[in-house]
Ligand binder design. Structure first.
Ligand code: PRX
Length: 645
């Protein structure tokens, strides 16, 4: 592979920067040579503690055990709100930009405090206490942030479920975490279209008898069914509660939230994060990666239903007393200039988005970008999937006018916060590379025997020392935590991603090496899609693989075998696709669905996905080793009928 020489750090970035390259190297060295000292200093600098910790770190990567700042007492809501009030009470904490360009709101830290305290009191009055789980099924409206912070304020554990999930997916998540309280909305609005979220929630709750409270925000004013006693209007109940609600001191290792994410097998996992280490790493990365200065307007376009929204719309920015923008809409509504109009309207300085959004806008050409000013921007970020060099170049040259550095940040729901990333004033950039590890992060590349690769090379991306925002457990299934992340390569955290390291020690993430598909930055497990397809009576078997897609990064390609006597038809195809929408959400719909009279299997009956992937992706020159196939004649059949030519 041709080595790309890095771009120099721009003069503007260097002048603004909190850290230069020497400072990065010095701090990085300290952070890995004396991690406990480094993190203790940062924890004291970044967070307010009610009581000091007993030990900075205790744990064992082989057991998946990690404890940071145990014994220390703090509260996330206090750190994100109360401690800023004296100096920043009237500063805007959240800017909310509605789907409709005529709607926006500004919420100061003082107003945020008022809202969060009242909602926390409402939760308490409904019997929610420390350690109880509260499900939040909300779109991108300020109440989503209020709800997260209200839970944190009283030590309750939130489980935010992305508003694009179906009633079935919501039900599964409510049951898995045994939530007794649900916060939702009458309807969500995106791209001018309303989605009946209260209706979805009602359907989910038909099978969740333990949910005794549903708090409903009024957003669309649409018709809703109502269950008296259980359902409460947010706009009636919250203002009636007192605004006095002291933040509950909790242990640094008390849980803060559960967030469900897909893995290669089985049902989605409830990733559990705790309080102190998580908040510290969210805050420190937000400050240094985005080079956040007081007064900057910062916008992360992710959804609150994913980890990026947790760490970089709410917790990291607010812990730093920042102004964080929350956007209800989509990049191309009312037109393809929307992102940049929002940037100009609110004079956004730092913008963080996903490659898929950039690729969808690239298709519309440069004109929609160029008709806006974007003069306020000085830093751009990317997250969620590998950014292809073409999208990187477009982001850099067209959006940022070659003036704004791009931070390509690699991390995961399980890592809680950014792990591999450039720092704008310190790191020379290479388009498509997430570059170097953040402080305290020790990546390793492992070969197929689990041995560490030194110097340049490619392998499995693993992490060889604990970091503060490390996943602590999978809700209700600690063994699965160990089996998934810590058993495959003893002594390492296994990321599920492949990566390459170049001559300069820069990391290039190549994508998932397991059966997880990344569609428009949404992580989808093949097993989940397959289980939805086989729910149909006509389906005998299904196998799902990912293949490259120009805009979405990857898309889903499904091979479906019907039961004897069931005939393939376009109508059945539509029914099956609708089935996936119903079970998971429309973002998980297969792009291609091929009828497969038979699937390629090994003699022991295992489906050979590797071969299916090649067929789906049209990589027919090299199907790899097919000698273990029980019946090789199945291949030609599948090749002849492939759809993605
Ligand atoms: O494959 C990697 C990809 O997204 C996965 C994590 O997805 P999720 O837990 O939903 O979190 C997304 C936001 C942090 C990773 O395993 N990924 C994330 N960031 C990058 C990336 N792939 C390449 N480059 C990135 N910057």
């Amino acid at each position: 592979m041709l080595e790309i020489s890095p771009l120099p750090v721009s003069e503007a970035a260097r002048q603004r920067a909190l850290l230069d390259n020497d400072a990065y190297l010095r701090l990085y060295r300290q952070s890995v040579e004396e991690p406990e000292r480094f993190w203790a200093e940062q924890a004291a600098a970044f967070l307010d503690w009610f009581a000091p910790w007993r030990s900075v770190y205790e744990g064992d990567l082989r057991q998946g055990r990690a404890s940071w700042f145990a014994g220390g007492r703090l509260n996330v809501s206090h750190n994100c709100i109360d401690r800023h009030l004296a100096r920043r009470g009237d500063q805007v904490a959240l800017i909310w930009e509605g789907d409709n360009p005529a709607e926006s709101k500004q919420i100061t830290y003082r107003q945020l405090h008022d809202q969060v305290c009242r909602l926390a009191n409402l939760l308490k009055s409904r019997g929610v206490g420390k350690g109880d789980r509260v499900c939040i099924y909300l779109p991108m409206i300020p109440e989503a942030a209020f709800a997260m912070l209200a839970c944190a304020r009283i030590g309750a554990i939130h489980s935010v479920v992305f508003a694009g999930f179906s009633p079935e997916a919501l039900r599964d998540r409510i049951l898995d975490a045994d939530c007794h309280t649900l916060i939702t909305v009458d309807g969500g609005i995106r791209g001018g279209k309303a989605t009946p979220l209260k209706h979805n929630a009602d359907l989910a709750l038909n099978s969740c008898p333990n949910v005794s409270t549903m708090i409903v925000v009024r957003r669309t004013g649409g018709e809703v069914d109502w269950q008296p006693g259980r359902d409460l209007w947010y706009h009636e109940a919250v203002p009636a509660c007192s605004a006095d609600c002291p933040a509950e001191p909790v242990d640094a290792e008390d849980p803060l939230f559960v967030l469900y994410t897909s893995g290669s097998t089985g049902k989605p996992k409830g990733v559990l994060h705790t309080t102190g280490g998580y908040l510290l790493q969210a805050a420190i990365t937000h400050k240094y990666v985005f080079d956040y200065h007081d007064g900057d307007i910062y916008w992360c376009s992710a959804d609150i239903g994913w980890v990026t929204g947790h760490s970089y719309i709410v917790y990291g920015p607010l812990a730093n007393g920042a102004t964080s923008l929350m956007f209800e809409g989509v990049p191309n509504y009312p037109d393809a200039s929307r992102f940049w109009q929002v940037v100009d309207k609110h004079r956004v300085n730092i913008f963080y988005t996903a490659p898929t959004a950039l690729r969808s806008l690239m298709r519309e050409g440069e004109a929609p970008v160029k008709k806006t000013s974007r003069a306020s921007l000085h830093l751009l970020g990317s997250v969620g999937e590998p950014i292809n060099p073409e999208a990187w170049e477009w982001y850099f040259r067209v959006v940022g006018e070659s003036r704004c550095p791009i931070v390509d940040t690699w991390w995961q729901t399980e890592t809680g916060a950014i792990m591999i990333t450039p720092l704008p004033g310190a790191t020379r950039l290479k388009p498509g590379s997430a570059t170097r590890p953040f402080f305290g992060v020790q990546p390793a590349l492992l070969d197929d025997k689990g041995r560490e690769i030194d110097g340049p090379g490619a392998g499995v991306l693993a992490i060889k020392a604990s970091w503060p925002s490390q996943i602590r457990s999978i809700w209700g299934d600690r063994q699965r935590l160990i089996d998934t992340y810590f058993k495959p390569y003893p002594g390492y955290y296994f990321s599920g991603d492949g990566a390459r390291r170049d001559e300069d020690g820069y990391y290039w993430i190549t994508g998932r090496i397991d059966d997880v598909i990344n569609v428009s930055g949404h992580r989808i497990g093949t097993a989940e899609v397959e289980s939805s397809l086989v729910l149909h009576d006509g389906v005998a078997e299904a196998a799902v693989v990912g293949c490259p897609h120009d805009v979405k990064g990857q898309c889903i390609y499904a091979f479906v075998t019907l039961v004897n006597g069931c005939q393939p038809s376009d109508q059945l195809k539509q029914e099956l696709i609708a089935m996936v929408s119903r079970e998971i959400g429309s973002f998980a719909k297969p792009e291609f669905l091929q009828w497969a009279p038979r699937l390629p299997k090994t003699r022991s009956g295992k489906i050979m996905r590797r071969i299916l992937r090649k067929i789906a992706c049209n990589e027919l020159d090299n199907l790899g080793d097919t000698s273990t196939l029980s019946d090789p004649s199945v291949l030609q059949e599948l090749i002849d009928q492939r759809l993605n030519r």
